[in-house]
Design a protein around this ligand. Structure first.
Ligand SMILES: *[C@@H]1O[C@H](CO)[C@@H](O)[C@H](O)[C@H]1NC(C)=O
Ligand SMILES: *[C@@H]1O[C@H](CO)[C@@H](O)[C@H](O)[C@H]1NC(C)=O
Ligand SMILES: [Zn+2]
Length: 378
């Protein structure tokens, strides 16, 4: 009996410490996707963006009901506090590590080493494979996702696959196979040094199939600093074969490139027809019955809920959240009270432990396992 009590106690403490993060998120982390590239190497496929209305003919999944991209209507998203901040590991690469940057006729694609991983925010572990971009033309924007009908200048997709599979090729056909992190690019006042690490090489890979080796850099710099605020939904690859196996994360914070950088992206590459590689985005797809979750409150109900109070507020457990922030103080108060009580209880148990033969090692290992996985995810 004291064994069970101890375990419950530790579990509760752990849950408290991590602000209720990981087991909830297991169920919600949706899809991401976009395997444009890896499959298009030498044996490239013959689809084109001009033909995008007919992709379903050769690739049946493209006509499915869980397709990407989508328009994100922030008024209809469901606030889900259990969506934890996305955490990355291994993203900072030394310049000595060379990465392949390729024009595959549909996009510019940077191959990523398997040492890059998503270690938090998703219920499972995902390894990076590649990243690529979608953009418009000199006369219009070209992001794939839209937010409240607004299309951004461009969009980055970082494609990962579930480590329970052996390769991205295997993973991409399973519902939980892929995770794609997406972020919007906009024009801002300053040059972005991280994007420059890619953009400065584009003139060397202007035609389809060309590739160049580029020095490693901090890949995480291509994504928003704030990984707490994002949208999450189940969707698909946005290019044929459009497999519906992507748990998407679309960040709320956008990235800024200078005007000149944006022109470099839009003007440099050519597609397989030798024409300018522009407007390489798919139109938004019907949501059908899907839900889009938000890790933050998207509607301003009260002055106190601007997107900033995240960390403390994430400790609260509420689900769809209107009284989320209001509960912060109480949550912290009860948390502290509970922690004190639990500690006292633990001390009590510890004192009696030597007399208690039932405190065997199986229990210990369970406890240790729990703590470790907590660390990983939170
Ligand atoms: C995505 O699909 C999984 C598996 O069907 C489901 O458990 C999860 O709730 C879905 N996520 C969203 C955001 O709808
Ligand atoms: C970020 O969230 C705010 C609040 O809902 C919304 O107005 C804005 O359009 C969102 N932007 C993006 C890029 O998601
Ligand atoms: Zn993409």
């Amino acid at each position: 009996m004291s064994r069970t009590a101890l375990r419950v106690c530790l579990l509760l403490l752990a849950a408290l410490g991590r602000a209720g993060s990981e087991h909830d998120q297991d169920q919600e982390h949706g899809d991401e996707d976009v395997p444009h590239s890896s499959e298009k190497g030498p044996g490239h496929s013959h689809w084109s963006y001009e033909d995008r209305e007919h992709w379903g003919v050769g690739y049946p999944d493209c006509a499915g009901t869980m397709q990407s991209p989508i328009n994100i209507d922030t008024a209809k998203t469901i606030f889900s506090p259990q969506l934890r901040p996305i955490q990355l590991s291994g993203y900072s690469l030394p310049a000595s590590e060379k990465l392949k940057l390729r024009n595959n006729g549909h996009t510019v694609l940077l191959e990523l080493p398997e040492t890059l991983a998503i270690t938090g925010g998703y219920a499972q572990q995902y390894r990076a494979v590649q990243l690529h971009l979608h953009w418009g033309s000199p006369s219009g924007p070209g992001s794939e996702h839209t937010v409240n009908g607004h299309r951004f200048a461009a969009e980055i997709h970082v494609v990962h696959y579930n480590t329970k599979y052996d390769s991205v090729t295997e993973a991409m056909v399973y519902p939980d196979g892929l995770a794609v992190l997406g972020a919007f690019l906009e024009v801002g006042p300053r040059e972005n040094p991280y994007y420059q690490e890619i953009l400065q090489h584009l003139h060397k890979i202007q035609t389809e199939g060309k590739e160049v080796l580029v020095p490693g850099f901090n890949i995480a710099g291509l994504l928003p600093a704030n990984m707490k605020f994002y949208f999450h939904y189940n969707g698909s690859l946005t290019t044929p074969p459009c497999y519906q196996t992507v748990k998407w994360t679309v960040f709320n914070q956008t990235m800024q490139l200078s005007h000149s950088q944006m022109s470099t992206l839009v003007m440099n590459l050519r597609n397989d027809d030798g024409k300018p590689l522009q407007n390489n985005y798919r139109l938004v797809q019907d949501l059908h019955r899907r839900q889009v979750l938000a890790s933050f409150q998207t509607t301003l109900l009260s002055p106190k809920q601007t997107p900033s109070g995240s960390d403390a507020s994430e400790a609260a457990e509420g689900h769809s959240g209107s009284s989320f922030h209001a509960g912060d103080v109480l949550a912290v108060l009860f948390g502290v009270l509970f922690a004190v009580t639990a500690l006292a209880f633990l001390l009590y148990i510890y004192k009696h432990r030597s007399q208690n033969t039932r405190m065997d090692s199986p229990t210990k290992s369970k406890v240790i396992y729990t703590a470790a996985s907590t660390e990983n995810t939170a």
